[in-house]
Write a protein that binds this ligand. Structure first.
Ligand code: HEC
Ligand code: HEC
Ligand code: HEC
Ligand code: HEC
Length: 121
């Protein structure tokens, strides 16, 4: 048997939880997305727009499909390893992009492979 005072106490606790919840929700804005939505690459051949989030969410690619990483599970910029000028062991940044972006589009038979369909602006 639940007596009246118990019910009142339960109601009060519920109210406190609810208010605490609302205050916490309101005071902590949702965190920024962990990954960029889109990236614009500036370069001599014409700007390239890369729809980063579309590639992961609509084309169902795994982070590691592109952010291949031999050290740990973190995500790094390509240029952490692929510097401006490459050598026989390491592709330059531009070659790394071209090989990965165009290579995958060619493999899927989808996505731009011609210069002007990427370098649009
Ligand atoms: C289709 C290839 C591709 C996929 C899939 C992908 N990324 Fe990326 N991401 C890139 C490229 C290219 C860059 C730009 C790197 C550069 O400028 O050197 C980038 C940049 C980033 C950056 C910015 C790094 C910085 O320090 O500025 C973060 C964070 C990131 N990606 C996280 C993710 C996460 C998390 C996933 C999986 C949900 C993911 N990426 C999937 C290609 C990809
Ligand atoms: C932690 C260092 C590191 C980062 C970050 C990195 N790479 Fe690499 N990448 C390498 C190394 C080392 C090789 C050569 C060894 C090998 O083939 O695995 C390589 C090889 C490649 C190759 C040759 C084909 C292959 O897969 O073997 C491509 C293309 C490439 N990287 C593209 C990229 C792109 C694009 C990014 C950013 C999204 C990136 N890499 C980030 C270290 C890195
Ligand atoms: C691992 C595979 C993969 C990689 C790597 C990849 N893409 Fe794509 N990309 C796709 C697929 C799949 C499509 C979808 C094509 C369709 O559905 O018509 C696409 C479509 C596109 C499109 C046209 C539609 C849109 O979403 O904007 C552009 C532009 C594009 N990719 C740019 C890039 C660039 C720039 C890079 C390198 C930084 C890149 N992609 C790397 C798989 C890839
Ligand atoms: C799938 C998309 C894509 C296609 C197709 C493509 N590129 Fe690129 N290109 C890029 C990206 C991404 C970069 C890297 C920009 C950066 O380093 O930030 C780049 C970089 C370059 C650069 C480097 C300029 C500099 O500042 O060093 C040149 C030149 C270039 N591309 C020429 C071409 C030519 C010529 C073709 C056709 C044979 C072509 N690209 C096809 C995406 C593409």
């Amino acid at each position: 048997m639940t007596s009246q005072p118990h019910l009142k106490a339960a109601g009060l606790i519920m109210a406190v939880f609810l208010i605490t919840g609302i205050v916490c929700y309101a005071s902590f804005p949702s965190p920024p997305p962990a990954e960029p939505i889109r990236l614009m690459f500036q370069n001599d051949a014409g700007k390239v727009l890369f729809t980063h989030q579309t590639h992961t969410e609509e084309y169902y690619l795994d982070c590691m499909d592109c952010h291949h990483n031999l050290m740990d599970d973190d995500v790094y910029n390509c240029s952490e390893c692929h510097e401006e000028t490459g050598d026989e062991y390491m592709l330059s940044r531009t070659d790394a992009f071209h090989e990965q972006c165009i290579g995958c589009h060619a493999d899927y038979g989808a996505g731009p492979v011609d210069c002007n369909s990427c370098h649009m602006m």
